[in-house]
Design a protein around this ligand. Structure first.
Ligand code: ZN
Length: 140
């Protein structure tokens, strides 16, 4: 049996993700194996030409680039509460936790500095999602 290579989201939906199944990344064109446990190995993105499959490495690059153009960002705080990461654990910057959120006891105020040196603020918790807003440059 020749190895199956998933090229489109509709093929991805029809193909059972078992060992030996491959996919092609839209961005880097690399053929990689799908993951069979706890994830697919790729992310789905909507492009002008339709949906496409992007490998985790390229998904991290896309999110790193998104930090420069977005004022709001949803990221992930590492389990030790020190790093801002993508959902695939790509490093996006550093986080420092502040005080506990008054209404949501398991969340904290936090500050983050991304890999581009930009400052963000928001709420989140170690090992959980955080919602961030970009800090406005202070002019006096
Ligand atoms: Zn890729």
């Amino acid at each position: 049996m020749k190895p199956e290579i998933i090229e489109t989201p509709s093929q991805a939906k029809e193909t059972r993700h078992v060992d030996g199944v491959l996919f092609r990344c839209h961005d880097c064109q690399t053929v990689k194996p799908v993951q069979t446990k706890g994830g697919t190995g790729y992310a789905l993105y909507t492009e002008p030409g339709g949906e496409c499959l992007v490998c985790y490495d390229c998904a991290d690059k896309r999110q790193t680039a998104e930090l420069l153009t977005s004022d709001r960002f949803t990221g992930y705080v590492s389990g030790d509460g020190r790093s801002l990461t993508t959902w695939t654990e790509g490093r996006l910057g550093s986080v420092s936790l502040g005080s506990r959120h008054p209404w949501s006891r398991d969340r904290f105020y936090l500050r983050a500095y991304d890999v581009h040196g930009q400052a963000w603020h928001g709420t989140g918790a170690p090992g959980m999602w955080c919602n961030l807003r970009k800090c406005k440059p202070v002019t006096r």
